[in-house]
Design a binder for this molecule. Structure first.
Ligand code: M6R
Length: 366
């Protein structure tokens, strides 16, 4: 069932171009300028009248929620708050019928997320689920929802579930933007056509595997790692760090790049690899100066850059290229090399990649 791959995780990483297509199927109709998702269409008023959207999730799904916060606010101009389900449920949150709660969960069984849903429902909010497992508890407990069509995810470390969550949430953001008229139509159409290209661009990102393997050999014995990203790629930095900790047991932290000087910079020396997500977009120059600051302290820089990048290449110890795309869509691409990097490092350290110690695929107890 591993289809010739050594591990489920690797198989699932390589399935991403296909499952993203599955997630688009019947929903993204770029030529007609349409996004069609029954769960949204049937409840469009709930979203349009919402004072704000609260997104509750755990772990990797929480990282997808952070990406969603950026895309929904940017495209649809609806205020979004992202909550750890475990915190939300226990702090008597202020939420009522003018709010929409989106719960994100691969398994659809996470205890804290389920409890957050129940609480939001009690308080009168409309609750929408983004789940992967069909018929799961969360998909049954929510008022409506949209499935990610990632197929079964066996590896405990979430990979294809994350990128398909971002895919669904981006579709939702664009659908709401269309309904609200918050994006010029030309922009909206541009995003639809660009989304169609995402599967092949993910495929292209995967071709960096050999390069990433070589980098993994250099850093496999590291004891710490720092991941930095800005804007849409700040959640990607968090996700990259989580992936590395989970399967290789290397201590890793993700930070918004600009926060580096507020603390983490003290950690940087010649033993500290810093993975910087630096696509050629809005924050490029600022991230380049972060890279200079790291270099000045002898930190080792592994940069994820846009294909053809020159400036970062001159400064970084290693670069991994991803194809160019609009900034809002970069997380789906920049995540790919970070998944492969954690995978190879974990395999080189002889860790049990698919079933890391102390972790369960679905966390059904709080
Ligand atoms: O099934 P869920 O998406 O609700 O799971 C949430 C987290 O437990 C999960 O993402 C966890 O962090 C993964 N091991 C990440 O790789």
């Amino acid at each position: 069932e591993k289809n010739g791959y050594d591990h489920f995780m690797l198989k699932e990483i390589y399935e991403q171009p296909e499952v993203i297509k599955d997630t688009f199927r019947g929903r993204l109709l770029a030529d007609q300028g349409l996004i069609r998702m029954a769960g949204i269409e049937d409840n469009i008023d709930k979203f349009l009248n919402a004072k704000r959207i609260i997104i509750a999730a755990c772990g990797t799904s929480w990282h997808a929620a952070l990406v969603a916060e950026y895309v929904i606010e940017e495209f649809a101009r609806i205020p979004v708050e992202v909550e750890y389900a475990s915190e939300f449920r226990y702090r008597n949150p202020i939420i009522d019928s003018s709010d929409v709660l989106i719960a994100i969960s691969q398994s659809g069984e996470t205890a804290d997320t389920l409890a957050a849903i129940k609480l939001a429902k009690e308080k009168g909010a409309f609750v929408f689920g983004v789940c992967n497992v069909v018929g799961s508890s969360i998909s049954r407990e929510t008022h409506a929802g949209a499935y990610t069509h990632a197929g079964p995810e066996i590896g405990v470390a979430s990979t294809k579930a994350f990128t398909t969550q971002i895919t669904v949430l981006t579709l939702i953001a664009l659908r709401l933007a269309k309904a609200k008229g918050t994006l010029p139509n030309s922009e909206y159409l541009k995003y639809l056509h660009e989304l169609e290209l995402v599967p092949e661009r993910v495929e292209e990102a995967l071709t960096q595997n050999d390069e990433i393997y070589k980098i993994s050999e250099v850093y496999k014995d590291s004891t710490n790692c720092l991941y930095l990203g800005r804007g849409y790629n700040y959640p990607v930095a968090l996700e990259g760090a989580l992936k590395l900790k989970e399967i290789s047991y290397i201590h890793a932290e993700g930070y918004p790049a600009a926060e580096m000087k507020h603390g983490p910079i003290a950690l940087i020396d010649e033993h500290m690899p810093v993975i910087v997500i630096a696509p050629s977009q809005d924050h490029y120059d600022k991230v380049v100066s972060n890279i200079q600051e790291i270099k000045a302290r002898n930190g080792k820089i592994i940069a994820v850059v846009t294909k053809g990048d020159k400036q970062v290449r001159e400064l970084a110890d290693h670069v991994i290229e991803v194809p160019g795309i609009s900034e809002a869509l970069t997380p789906i691409l920049t995540t790919i090399p970070l998944q492969l990097l954690s995978y190879h490092i974990a395999v080189l350290r002889e860790c049990n990649v698919d079933q890391p110690r102390n972790l369960a695929k679905s966390v059904t107890v709080e």
